[in-house]
Design a protein around this ligand. Structure first.
Ligand SMILES: [Zn+2]
Length: 293
């Protein structure tokens, strides 16, 4: 028994300024909320409208749940899977920083029984997995690897953001850092919204090809790619200083519309549940590669 291939669509729901590392050290919650300027609240209804009847995983930055309690409520009420993208968006590879970050969001994680985690910058450390497990997470989607892989660390499943298959044979394990060398070997991270911003139409063709092969590609978008953040001198200056980030701010609502018109999508948690049921149905004598189902 196999499950039907679908696009594992997620939105890393973060403020526009999460793009720029210069705001990582801004610790005053009121200043951070003022910088968001209500965008993450205003953007939600238009994004839910764009999604229509399609269901996704929305990995929420916890400080947004603190600013606007209606944001997680509306996500769940619209039938999407609510996940965690961290409490304050910054690199969180240090396990003590991650532990503190998880504590800051603990109340709404419990309230909504959150099971899925996406690390900021899709970067996770080995020590993060036991910590995620201890905090009730069932899966993470915090590394890059070819579509179709499902890896296990303890009792936490890793559902990678998708890349194309490399030209050379490779072994996969969680965690995994995406390096330039992998790119040279033909592994292209098409699931990243950066890649979608660079070459949207071609990404749709890659997705179509993967689905035809029976694989379920995992891709992510951001709210500021679906609804335009307010123009400001600050944003303009940040982009002038970091022009390589421009693909992140390219409007992807057209991409999303085409994706939803042509391909089935599902939240990551739904896919995992179906995959695990399928796995149990195999006779115990069937050999499987270590950690891969
Ligand atoms: Zn992010």
């Amino acid at each position: 028994m196999t499950i039907s291939p679908r696009v594992l669509l997620s939105i890393d729901y973060e403020p526009w300024f999460a793009l720029f590392r210069r705001y990582d050290s801004l610790t005053d919650p009121e200043q951070r909320r003022a910088l968001d300027g209500g965008f993450t609240l205003r953007a939600l209804d238009p994004i839910l409208d764009q999604l229509g009847s399609a269901k996704t995983s929305i990995f929420l930055v916890g400080e947004i749940a603190g600013w606007y309690t209606e944001v997680p409520q509306k996500i769940v009420a619209a039938g999407h899977e609510l996940g965690l993208h961290c409490h304050i968006h910054r690199p969180l590879k240090n396990v003590d920083d991650l532990a503190q970050d998880l504590r800051a969001s603990a109340h709404w994680l419990r309230q909504y029984n959150v099971r899925g985690y996406r690390a900021p910058m899709v970067g996770i450390s080995e020590a993060a997995y036991p910590l995620l497990e201890a905090n009730g997470f069932v899966y993470s989607s915090s590394m890059y690897a070819p579509a179709g892989l499902l890896l296990q660390r303890g009792n936490v499943w890793e559902i990678p953001v998708s890349t194309t298959n490399p030209r050379i044979h490779a072994q996969y394990a969680a965690p995994r850092d995406f390096t330039f060398k992998l790119l040279l070997h033909g592994e292209f991270p098409y699931g990243s919204s950066f890649s979608i911003g660079l070459m949207g139409g071609q990404i749709l063709r890659i997705i179509e090809r993967e689905l035809k092969r029976g694989l379920s590609p995992s891709i992510f978008l951001h709210p500021y790619e679906l609804v335009k953040p307010p123009a400001s001198a600050r944003l303009t200056r940040d982009l002038v200083l970091h022009p390589h980030l421009l693909p992140f701010l390219r409007d992807k609502s057209g991409f999303l519309k085409t994706l939803l018109r042509h391909f089935p999508v599902s939240p990551l948690g739904t896919y995992l549940d179906e995959m695990l049921k399928t796995r149990v149905s195999y006779p115990p004598s069937v050999e499987r590669p270590e950690g891969v189902i």
